[in-house]
Design a protein around this ligand. Structure first.
Ligand code: ADP
Length: 526
């Protein structure tokens, strides 16, 4: 090798060393290695093939002096070459003949090829091949220099590949954390926040960017906490216990979290320690679940039990009382008294039947989430008139009707719509004082009809308006407590109206009364 070539080679070796330290992008590393080797060896064509992690085969990853359509052919020749290598090595002649084939496939003018394996820590990473259009003798000294060049290149390639893998792994983890429906917080051992995901952002009302670096306690502010939070577990040697035991001991806490805007949400947190390879706590992963629906279900269950208990007890007590009175042997009741008492027993039995039916309908809605409707043309004015007449018998409140004469028929399920009107009227009676009139009326447009029920009762506070349509929800006030009801009427009314493609709303003024409206489309619900 000529002295000026040697100096050039040293320079290129330096260039590769710089590539190792400066570049972590695999494509860029390969480009630099290829460029350096082509100049160094005065090559015409250069190819770097790397072993694929998935199938172990070699594929061309960088090339110079050839067009892209040559690559598939080169790849298949490389596969044959490497397969023979795996099957017990090959002779110099075999390698030369394969390289010859490759050179011929590229360009007949290529007369010499030099192949250098890229090996890192005894692991073959790939192959660097340079083709020349002239032939020169290669001395053992040249081979040494070339090999140390290839070794440096292999380090650079290995670093870039590792970096790429770590980068991909990190992206994968980020994607998993960010797509998780549960909130995730990664805490440092001093309990400051390292990272949070989008679900936690939603749950807590804090923005992810604002969370990094904050002490956990500034963000996880408990209103009610069952048990103790992570601090006391850490104090009691939770991390140490975990570093000695391969079985991870997680810590679960539950309570109400005060969100950034001051509202509360029930959450459960599972803390898991991430131990460093060399022992010691690296970080703590906190997965945070919104358990409000679970809590709500529990609450619902207890409301359900107490409502049912209360609502069943009254009619049953009345029925039992009258039945045993009538059954007494020592009294001879006259027919009128018997008729009266039997009518009361019948009314109470009806009330029980209605309650059971409402309960069944509510539980069915809970599981199937839809109601089946028997559609026909319904005269809501007639339905309302009959309901008013029926209910007027049992109340001291006059019920006025306010429908236009040409009020149209609408497609609907008459039985269910009757149930809605009955319920709104019964509520108006229950929740307004004796003597105050109630109005049921309607109006219509080209597209829809609206029925309203107006009372002059206690009214409904604003904060309760949305809740009264919830299952088992009853306003906690004296008026409601005195009135019978299971809190199912409006829930079912809403479900029925929505199944018709309509909606139900209420306007109310505390002290002066409420008006419930339901609107139905005049086209049959789809
Ligand atoms: P309930 O069986 O308790 O009457 P509903 O679902 O029909 O159940 O109503 C839910 C709650 O809404 C009632 O408990 C009552 O507190 C309130 N409410 C309903 N209608 C009226 C009204 N017209 N005026 C005032 N409050 C009402």
């Amino acid at each position: 090798m000529r002295p000026d070539l040697r100096t050039q080679q040293r320079d290129f070796l330096l260039e590769i060393t710089r590539a190792i330290t400066a570049q972590l992008d695999l494509g860029e590393v390969l480009r630099r290695v290829l460029y350096a080797s082509l100049v160094m060896l005065a090559g015409r064509v250069g190819v770097i093939a790397l072993s694929d992690k998935q199938d172990g085969k070699y594929y061309v990853r960088a090339y110079s002096g050839i067009s892209a359509d040559t690559v598939p052919d080169l790849n298949s020749k490389l596969h044959e070459l490497i397969q023979t290598l795996d099957e017990g090595g090959f002779s110099r002649e075999f390698l030369d003949s394969k390289l010859r084939e490759m050179a011929d496939a590229i360009d007949a003018r290529l007369v010499q090829s030099i192949a250098m394996p890229l090996v890192f820590a005894n692991n073959p990473l790939g192959l660097l091949i340079v083709f020349r259009s002239y032939q020169t003798a290669i001395t053992p000294e040249d081979v040494n220099t070339l090999q140390s060049f290839a070794d440096q290149a292999a380090i650079a390639v290995n670093n870039a590949q590792l970096y790429g893998e770590i980068y991909n792994e990190r992206q994968r983890l980020e994607a998993i954390i960010n797509s998780s429906g549960d909130g995730v917080l990664i805490l440092n051992p001093d309990l400051t926040i390292q990272q949070a995901n989008s679900a936690f952002e939603q749950m807590s009302g804090w923005r992810k960017e604002d969370l990094a670096g904050l002490p956990k306690n500034e963000v996880i502010v408990w209103a009610n906490l069952d048990g103790a939070d992570i601090e006391s577990a850490l104090g009691a040697g939770w991390a140490q216990a975990n570093s000695q035991d391969p079985q991870i001991k997680t810590l679960n806490v539950e309570g109400d979290l005060i969100r950034r805007d001051g509202s509360a949400v029930s959450i459960g947190i599972t803390y898991a320690p991430l131990m460093a390879k060399e022992g010691g706590l690296e970080s703590i992963i906190a997965s945070v679940r919104d358990i409000s629906s679970f809590r709500k279900a529990q609450e619902m269950q207890s409301i359900f039990i107490s409502t049912i208990h209360h609502e069943l007890r009254t009619p049953i007590a009345i029925i039992k009382g009258y039945a045993s009175t009538l059954g007494r042997d020592d009294v001879d009741w006259d027919r009128e008294v018997i008729r009266e008492k039997m009518a009361i027993i019948e009314d109470e039995a009806d009330r029980l039947t209605n309650l059971v039916e409402d309960l069944l309908a509510a539980s069915k809605l809970q599981t199937t989430r839809k109601l089946r409707l028997n559609l026909a043309d319904v005269d809501l004015r007639l339905v309302a008139t009959r309901a008013a007449a029926r209910l007027e018998d049992s109340t001291t409140q006059p019920i006025e009707l306010s429908f236009p004469d040409n009020f149209p028929l609408v497609p609907g399920d008459e039985t269910r719509l009757r149930q809605v009107i009955d319920n709104l009227l019964t509520n108006a009676i229950k929740y307004s004082p004796a003597g105050k009139s109630i109005t049921v009326g309607g109006r219509f447009s080209e597209k829809s009809v609206t029925v309203f029920v107006r009372d002059q009762g206690a009214g409904i506070p604003k904060r309760e308006i949305d809740k009264i349509f919830d299952r088992f929800y009853r306003i906690d006030d004296n008026l409601t407590r005195r009135a019978q009801g299971a809190g199912l009427g409006l829930f079912l009314a809403k479900a029925i109206i929505e199944a018709h493609g309509g909606d139900i709303t209420v306007k109310s003024q505390v002290g002066s009364g409420s008006t419930f409206y339901f609107t139905l489309p005049r086209d049959a619900p789809g």
